[in-house]
Design a protein around this ligand. Structure first.
Ligand code: NAP
Ligand code: GDD
Length: 330
């Protein structure tokens, strides 16, 4: 029997890699997308444009329980990967209300609709290392207490507890992946890694002269999204639902990322990076580094990308794209 998977947030970075991965495993892949995406697929579904004839898209938004209920009523899904969210931490400080409403209610709607219509469907919640925030221990593992530092982090803690509650209260196969930062050439431009690599490329081709950043000393455990989506799938194949930390176990500063990314293009970051207070956050998460021993042991999961390979791939992809844009200009 071909398994049916539903991915919310299929147009995002992780959704696109996960859709590819599940198609490769022989799944029938369905995705929830906002109505506007269907109106302008060229512009709004760029990350999955190469998959459009292999997947089924359904209009729905996290703000509308009725739309989610309708999608879930359409097919007997075996697995549901709930990735859709307002995922940018800085934006959650700018508009905490909408981030909380979208992320918390959206997760609640997904769980409620599944309980009502597909109680046997396995459910993955996209938890985050932002839940550890002001970290209580180093490295962070599944048992580390949460201390979120942003409305985004708080919304993810709520989603995590909702997921646990549906597992315990209704016996559903629901779990959370607690994923540390993961990146790649499809990363949104507002996140620091892509902001750096895309600006490096623009500087290299004379389209920009500087890169304005906030806190260069923040440290993150950066992996590659292609590695991390494999873990999402493995989690839902377990006999019993259980939460997992997914991380590389290495930590690097934003400054180190800059140094490596500029060097990849033959540039010295100190000549181009300028500090701009406006990119500082009201409350920062200074250090994240995860301990994924449980996933390594029980899921037999491990990352394949090194930090250096991740930075290289992102810079090279952005250099190529910038060059193509230049060549396309009349
Ligand atoms: P992303 O690139 O920002 O993608 C977010 C997805 O959510 C997009 O498909 C977006 O659709 C959709 N979405 C946002 N608001 C929506 C709404 N109101 N209704 C319906 N869809 C909505 O994020 P990502 O990096 O792939 O991350 C996937 C998930 O993992 C997110 O929940 C994120 O919080 C979580 N996470 C990410 C990381 C990481 O480092 N990447 C780490 C831990 C956890 P549009 O295309 O229409 O905007
Ligand atoms: N975005 C951004 N822009 N971040 C900057 C900048 C800048 O100009 N300058 C410094 N930073 C620092 C931020 O202060 C933060 O400490 C770090 O770079 C990483 O920021 P982001 O790339 O925006 O990611 P994030 O760690 O806040 O959140 C991402 O990872 C989480 C998992 O830990 C997102 O993908 C979240 O959705 C995810 O849950």
């Amino acid at each position: 029997m071909v398994k049916k998977a539903l991915i919310s947030g299929i147009t995002g970075q992780d959704g696109s890699y996960l859709a590819e991965h599940l198609l490769g495993l022989g799944y029938e892949v369905h995705g929830m997308v906002r109505r506007v995406a269907l109106e302008d697929p060229e512009r709004r579904v760029g990350r999955i444009s190469h998959l459009l004839d292999k997947i089924v898209l359904h209009p729905a938004s996290l703000e509308s329980y009725a739309s989610i209920f309708h999608v879930i009523s359409q097919h007997d899904f075996d697995e549901c990967y709930h990735l859709a969210a307002q995922s940018f931490v800085a934006e959650s400080f700018a508009d905490g209300f909408s981030t909380m409403a979208t992320n918390i209610n959206g997760t609640h709607y997904m769980l409620t609709a599944l309980r009502e219509l597909r109680p046997r469907c396995r459910f993955y919640f996209a938890g985050s290392s932002e839940m550890f925030g002001r970290v209580k221990e180093v490295p962070q593992r599944e048992t580390t207490p949460f201390y979120p530092r942003s409305p985004y982090g708080i919304s993810k803690v709520a989603g995590f507890h909702l997921t646990t509650n549906y597992r315990e209260a209704y016996g559903m196969f629901c779990l959370s992946g607690i994923l540390f930062n993961h990146e790649g050439p499809r990363r949104g431009f507002e996140f620091v890694t892509r902001k750096i690599t895309s600006t490096v490329a623009r500087i290299k081709f004379g389209m920009a002269s500087e890169l304005r950043l906030g806190n260069l000393e923040a440290r993150r455990d950066w992996g590659h999204a292609a590695d991390f989506v494999r873990a999402m799938h493995l989690m839902l194949q377990q006999e019993e639902p259980e939460d997992f930390v997914i991380a590389t176990g290495e930590t690097h500063s934003v400054r180190e990322f800059c140094e490596l990314a500029f060097a990849e293009a033959g540039l010295d970051y100190r000549e181009y990076v300028r500090i701009d207070e406006k990119f500082y956050r009201p409350a920062e998460v200074d250090l994240l580094v995860g301990d994924a021993s449980r996933a390594r042991k029980k899921l037999n999961w491990q990352p394949t990308y090194t930090f250096q390979a991740l930075v290289r791939e992102m810079v090279q992809a952005d250099l190529k794209a910038a060059e193509q844009r230049l060549e396309a200009k009349p």
